[in-house]
Design a protein around this ligand. Structure first.
Ligand code: SAM
Length: 276
């Protein structure tokens, strides 16, 4: 288990990330200038369909200002900053990658949101929170890196209040094997894809009832086709975080979707009462 986590950590190791971010941001904005989540959107939304997907997931999850939100696998914090700015809610993010957490804190200072957001380095398989602490848990493009899904969904259920909601947006197996390298894993060694049905079968026994279920593959394919037509997104983009081959990894995910190997799933579940 430690080896598998280590492999994933290695993929997101991003040495010197905060320093790199400082340098690329300095090329466009003065250090004292307050940035908005939209300005950082091409850089800090590490999933298919970027900011639009986060906005849609938040709407489906029913986020409001009074709810406490946990973003599991929060990356460099883009989704958390967007949610706090849009809804006024408090958001906590946890991520396995220390450089990502460091970068998330830095970017959050730059957007002036440090009072609303908290980022911690931790594994999704061992969340450092008491039972029943959150109203909403989000999981965006993270599950495919997690080998023990039963434990992942149990941990998410544990930290949710009964009646709380779990919203997931993930890549799933569709027809055949994935072709690597991909944005979350350069080889199959750290990729643990499930089909949409197997994902549901792993989530429900952890104590969840399904509220919404959406196959977003077609929307993702349209997005990838537009991306291919318009060329690389303006700088700063996710290449700064993941390295110069990131455009190639992204294009390869697009190809896997077009070939029907992979799909994109959005789903929302309610945490069932623990004594039911
Ligand atoms: C593709 S990125 C998505 C980041 C973020 N959710 C977003 O959409 O912008 C996947 C993230 O999951 C994190 N991750 C992978 N396995 C994890 C684990 N076991 N526990 C916590 N975070 C994990 C990675 O470090 C990485 O930041």
């Amino acid at each position: 288990m430690t080896d598998l986590l280590e492999g994933v950590r290695e993929h997101y190791r991003a040495t010197g990330l905060t320093e790199r971010l400082k340098a690329v941001l300095a090329a466009q904005w003065a250090e004292h200038e307050k940035l908005t989540p939209e300005q950082l959107g091409a850089l800090d939304q590490f999933h298919t369909r970027g900011l639009a997907a986060t906005a849609e997931l938040a709407r489906l999850a029913g986020i409001t200002a009074d709810l406490s939100v946990l973003d599991v696998g929060s990356g460099i914090g883009g989704p958390a900053r967007f949610l706090a700015a849009t809804y006024g809610c408090r958001v906590t993010g946890v991520d396995l990658s220390e450089p990502f957490v460091d970068a998330a804190r830095y970017l959050t200072e730059r957007t002036g949101q440090s009072g609303q957001l908290l980022f911690k380095t931790a594994s999704a398989l061992e969340l450092p929170f008491d039972d029943g602490r959150f109203d909403i848990v989000l999981l965006q493009h993270v599950a495919m890196n997690i080998f023990d899904r039963a434990r992942l969904y149990r941990e998410i259920r544990r930290v949710l209040k009964s009646g709380g909601r779990f919203a997931t947006f993930d890549v799933v197996l569709r027809g055949g094997e994935a072709r690597y390298p991909l944005p979350w894993a350069r080889t199959p060694a750290t990729s643990f894809l499930l089909t949409a049905d197997a994902t549901r079968e792993a989530i429900e026994p952890a104590g969840f009832r399904m509220l919404a279920w959406q196959d977003d593959t077609e929307a993702a394919k349209t997005w990838f086709a537009q991306l291919r037509a318009s060329g690389p997104p303006p700088s700063p983009n996710l290449g700064v975080v993941m390295g110069p081959d990131f455009a190639e990894l992204t294009a390869n995910l697009g190809r896997n979707l077009m070939e029907g190997r992979l799909g994109i799933l959005t789903a929302v579940f309610e945490a069932a009462s623990t004594n039911s």
